[in-house]
Write a protein that binds this ligand. Structure first.
Ligand code: AMP
Length: 487
């Protein structure tokens, strides 16, 4: 994605404009039967002097326009990550937040940011040759950052705050025009964001908030250099002078340690449920297969699910094309998305899937994180990913916002054995049945020799308590200061 953002022939694609009518801006889907069960999930906040959680949106003290937009979005009460995250952000604290997929992380950072901009009387957005946003939000894929942008635009509706989105695969001159029209909140994928900054269109000295969504992905090997470049860009306030917020459903330990470099030393660590845990509203099944039986089994599954929306994940771009073609030949309306597609095609594919025109979407990891698509009832891991965190994100495309969903994964012992042990852990962590053959592979004589701790669900806590805390605050993070309560 990064390289696609900055290389290749000149891109002229201009995406269709976002919706203008209020009904489309606030279009939403219903919360599911398990929405209220979110309240039973154990929440932990660790770090010095945590903020008191809120129970209702009223307690967040949002201004009238924002409250109205929250109601119009159909939000009646906050989810746990919102109950705890909103006051933490409002208290000016840095945050590393971990909450299960589909449980409302986006509003947990957007609402307090918008509230602050509005109460501080942020300069109304207007045309200028150089824009100075108050907030920068980064996410790993174009489709996800666009989704976050649309959420920001929804919550900012009727206010003077103007969010803008920048990502690769669309015309740079169009992007620059959009930025120059006014930009209070800048949402971007790393490559295009850095490009716009380098071109001198965006000044960073007024940045108060830096948000990393899918933070563990933003700091892993692929994106870490870009994040370092971003925080070292001219004008960007140091971590002491900005507020840095990180959100994800997974945080491998090594990434947590790295993340601390971007955060003030007294950041709060918020955990809703288990770090790296799967959403328990997703029913998980694992089937033992061989490479050659996968296609037939997929067909069988799709024939029974009918027109229910299903995402099928595969490991390679070529395979995504191949499986999508195969399904179309079998008369199953299918579309596909991967990183080698032109942006126009990517957006079209996602649109056809969202609308139900093509109820099956074959995807690579590019669609694994963050995407919030109504009615996705099934996820099929045609190929299992190589890390368990990736698995947790993929199956999290269903079972969102208290709705239930189903995930079926094809396990080929020839290739997937290294994942067995962490898969067992995630299944049992989410109270799912673990097939005995899988347990045997995981812990039996054959062992999981290729098992690597990277990307496993070991980090069940704020790792500051496991590793030596930073010297300045060695007494700050003792276990007895961990406030643990049910929200
Ligand atoms: P997110 O995890 O931020 O992608 O949110 C998942 C879905 O839940 C989105 O469709 C949100 O609009 C929705 N959502 C988030 N918070 C709430 C809430 N408090 N009440 C109802 N729906 C919500």
């Amino acid at each position: 994605d990064v390289f696609a953002d900055i290389q290749g022939p000149k891109v002229t694609y201009v995406p269709p404009p976002p919706p203008e009518e209020e009904d489309s801006i606030f279009a939403r889907y219903e919360t599911g039967i398990n929405f209220d069960k979110y309240d039973d999930i154990l929440v932990e906040v660790s770090g010095h002097n945590p903020s008191q959680a809120i129970v209702t949106f009223e307690e967040a003290g949002l201004c009238e326009l924002l409250s109205r937009n929250v109601s119009k979005s159909g939000y009646v009460k906050p989810t746990p990550v919102q109950k705890h995250g909103i006051p933490i952000v409002q208290a000016g604290r840095d945050l590393m937040a971990c909450a299960q997929t589909g449980s409302g992380k986006t509003a947990a950072f957007l609402l307090p940011i918008l509230q602050k901009l509005l109460t501080d009387g942020v300069a109304a957005s207007r045309f200028s040759e150089i824009q100075e946003p108050s907030a920068i939000i980064v996410a790993p894929t174009r489709e996800l950052i666009n989704q976050i942008y649309l959420e920001a635009r929804k919550f900012a509706f009727g206010t003077c705050v103007r969010p803008v989105v920048v990502y690769g695969g669309i015309s740079t001159s169009y992007t620059i025009q959009e930025v120059l029209k006014g930009c209070n909140i800048l949402c971007g994928t790393p490559g295009r964001l850095l490009d716009i900054i380098r071109r001198g269109k965006v000044g960073l000295s007024k940045v108060h908030y830096l948000v990393l969504d899918e933070a563990d992905r933003m700091l892993d090997m692929g994106f870490e250099p870009d994040m370092r470049r971003l925080v070292a860009s001219p004008g960007m306030p140091s971590k002491e002078h900005r507020q840095t917020l990180m959100f994800s459903a997974t945080y491998p330990e090594d990434i947590q340690k790295l993340a601390a470099e971007f955060l003030k030393v007294n950041y709060l660590f918020l955990t809703v449920g288990q770090v790296g845990g799967a959403c328990s509203d997703v029913e998980q099944h694992v089937l033992m297969v061989t490479q050659y039986s996968k296609r037939d089994q997929l067909l069988e599954i799709l024939r029974t699910t009918g027109t229910e929306r299903t995402m099928v994940f595969v490991e390679t771009k070529r395979k995504a094309d191949f499986i999508a073609t195969f399904l179309c030949q079998e008369k199953i309306p299918t579309t596909s998305i991967h990183g080698d597609r032109e942006q126009r095609e990517r957006e079209l594919a996602l649109g056809d899937f969202r609308s139900g025109k093509c109820p099956v979407l074959v995807a690579t990891s590019v669609a694994a994180r963050g995407l919030d698509i109504e009615h996705v009832q099934h996820v099929v891991n045609f190929d299992l990913p190589s890390t368990i965190d990736e698995y947790v994100h993929r199956i999290g495309r269903t079972g969102r916002c208290g709705n239930t969903g189903r995930a079926v994964s094809f396990f080929d012992p020839g290739t997937d054995t290294p994942l067995a042990r962490s898969l067992v852990k995630v299944l049992s962590g989410a109270q799912q049945e673990v097939p005995s053959w899988l347990e045997e592979i995981a812990f039996g004589a054959h062992g999981t020799t290729g098992f690597s701790p990277r990307g496993t669900v070991f980090a069940s806590v704020d790792t500051r308590e496991v590793f030596t805390p930073p010297p300045l605050c060695s007494s700050t993070f003792s276990l007895n200061e961990v406030s643990s309560y049910s929200s």
